[in-house]
Design a protein around this ligand. Structure first.
Ligand SMILES: C[C@@H](O)[C@H](NC(=O)OP(=O)(O)OC[C@H]1O[C@@H](n2cnc3c(N)ncnc32)[C@H](O)[C@@H]1O)C(=O)O
Ligand SMILES: [Fe+2]
Length: 547
């Protein structure tokens, strides 16, 4: 099977031939004279360059087979991306398919970024980290779709870096220049923002610009930007592996070309016994090769478009794509009831204990002694200064907020001991199992009330998932406040709810009644404006750049 792919969502005017085996790619990059990508200039570039690259690849196709037409189908990037660019690509694809009388296939650019890694690694069911210009998100396959487990709350990761480099006067794209400059840099503290599996770049980018303006060496800021931003991406990737129980991670997107990001992901995976795969560089940044490869899978599945249905979509989300090309394997159980990576039982005679290795900490459960010990482990992928800071901060906050929640009437374990040096906490043992293993409408409603109560008290949990709730017959306890913080912003409260809501969507087979119960519980004890803001968060086209 021979598929010609066309890519042109932003900067790369690219065409490729995938003949089932090999992939040949021809790319003509748009390089802005100044500033970032101008949509109109980029579209003009597509207008000139797309016919050229398609022509080159088509000639190659004709030379390498006697069959006519020399291809079986045309696949194109349908979105997301810049509207004016996408329209040029769509028109070119329809025209070529019409002339050669072959079908046309509309490929989601983001799904292509992740499928190319899965394809090349020959992984079965990986978690996928897309680190590209306009996007940054974590995806995993479930029930016929790629679900978004976590994503940026503001800009894409590449764009965040590129804005910083514009500020210091470097030309586009800035990512590779930051990588180069970072080689001579030293560590300075910058903001680090992870909320559940979501993350944000706006605070760190403003701080980075300010640091340069205040006279910090630009190399140091570049170095630290990488250390912080990539540690954030690595941390959420680890959380996603932990949540899904997967032991495979693939990387996609232009920022994946960064060696430090790949090194961190590699280290994290090695330390937890997972496999990591990053495609070769030509498949990481925008390229038509990934479009042709996914196009071929879609073609084989009969997933082609009629011309009237082939309109482009600038806001095309990866979770809108019905995945037709994967056999619908049963959902990989979310690591049993415990939902943990690894649990060992130690029979210590009278007192049986169990050790659980989570994404962040080692937790030793001693139900008989009524005790839980939690130690935040050093992470080898993180810079030692950042690592020490995060472990200390999170241990302190977890102790404080766990107690604070208790004082306002939300069931939580009693904090018995705090050791900041060792980043270790000791808690009272609570509950019989976690909520993920015992999801009911009543319990979820009670979580809604608990979240409302802590928000009323002026702080957020930060990582409310079905695994961070313990349950017994009559109570639901919130645990693991390590990512919590004080806030009086509606947005933060709504994000807390959104994180829990996403965890319901990600883990329950029938999430709808549970999602409704969450809202009902919240409405009872909290502020309706937060629920209104939650609806707004859900409405936002979160892949669209927000300036
Ligand atoms: C919608 C679509 O058009 C968009 N594509 C895109 O943004 O191009 P992509 O090739 O995936 O990523 C480009 C980004 O990747 C960054 N980049 C490239 N090499 C880098 C490096 N060595 N280190 C850090 N960033 C790098 C660039 O600075 C730029 O921000 C997307 O996938 O989000
Ligand atoms: Fe891209």
């Amino acid at each position: 099977m021979r598929v010609l792919g066309i890519e042109g969502t932003a900067w790369a005017a690219s065409a490729a031939l995938h003949d089932g085996d090999d992939v040949v790619i021809e790319t003509d990059a748009y390089e802005p004279d100044s500033g970032g990508i101008h949509p109109r200039e980029a579209a003009e570039h597509m207008h000139d360059a797309i016919p050229r690259v398609v022509e080159t690849v088509l000639e190659h196709a004709a030379e390498t087979t006697d069959e006519r037409p020399p291809i079986d189908a045309v696949a194109f990037s349908r979105g997301p991306g810049l509207g004016p660019c996408l329209r040029v690509v769509g028109t070119a694809a329809r025209a070529l398919a019409g002339t050669l009388e072959v079908p046309v296939i509309g490929v989601n650019h983001m799904v292509a970024h992740l499928e190319i890694g899965r394809h090349a690694a020959d992984f079965d069911d990986p978690v996928c980290l897309n680190a590209s210009g306009a996007n940054a998100h974590l995806l995993a396959y479930r029930n016929g779709r790629y679900r978004v487990l976590g994503e940026t709350m503001d800009t894409g990761v590449g764009n965040a870096i590129d804005k910083f480099t514009r500020h210091v006067g470097w030309s586009h794209p800035g990512g590779p220049k930051v990588e180069q400059a970072a080689k001579d840099g030293e560590y300075v503290d910058l903001p680090y923002v992870v909320k559940g599996m979501d993350f944000s770049f706006s605070g760190i980018m403003s701080a980075a610009k300010a640091a340069v303006d205040e006279g910090h060496a630009v190399e140091d800021v570049c170095f630290s930007l990488q250390e912080h931003i990539f540690a954030m991406l690595t941390e959420v990737a680890e959380r996603a592996l932990s949540l899904t129980g997967s032991d495979e991670l693939v990387l996609g997107g232009g920022v994946g070309r960064n060696a430090r990001l790949r090194e961190m992901l590699e280290t994290m995976c090695a330390d937890r016994g997972a496999e990591f795969y990053a495609p070769e560089p030509r498949f990481l940044g925008d390229n038509a090769g990934m479009i042709a490869v996914l196009g071929a899978k879609m073609y084989a599945a009969g997933d082609t478009l009629e011309i009237p249905d082939s309109r482009v979509d600038p806001d095309f989300r990866p979770d809108q794509v019905p995945v037709t090309w994967r056999s619908d394997e049963p959902y990989r159980a979310v690591a049993g009831g415990q939902g943990v990576d690894d649990a060992e039982r130690e029979d210590g005679g009278e007192n049986e204990s169990e050790t659980i290795r989570g994404a962040e900490a080692v937790v030793t459960l001693e139900p008989d002694a009524g005790r839980v010990r939690k130690r935040r482990l050093p992470k080898r992928y993180r810079h030692p200064d950042l690592d020490a800071r995060l472990r200390r901060e999170r241990t302190t906050l977890e102790a404080r907020l766990t107690s604070h929640a208790r004082r306002v009437g939300v069931p939580t374990p009693v904090v018995r001991d705090v050791d900041l040096q060792e980043a270790t906490l000791e808690f009272e043992y609570v509950g019989e199992t976690d909520l993920q293993a015992a999801l009911t409408v009543e319990r979820v409603e009670s979580v809604g009330r608990s979240l409302a109560t802590i928000h009323e008290a002026g702080f957020v949990h930060g990582d409310p998932t079905t695994r961070n709730v313990r349950v017994d017959t009559d109570r639901t306890y919130l645990i693991d406040f390590g990512l919590g913080y004080h806030s009086d912003h509606l947005e933060d409260y709504a994000m807390d709810l959104h994180v829990f809501d996403q965890s319901l969507v990600g883990t329950a087979n029938e999430p709808e009644p549970l999602r409704e119960a969450l809202r009902a519980g919240y409405r009872e004890a909290g502020d309706g404006a937060v629920l209104e803001r939650l609806r707004e968060i859900e409405r936002r086209g979160r892949y669209v750049e927000k300036e």
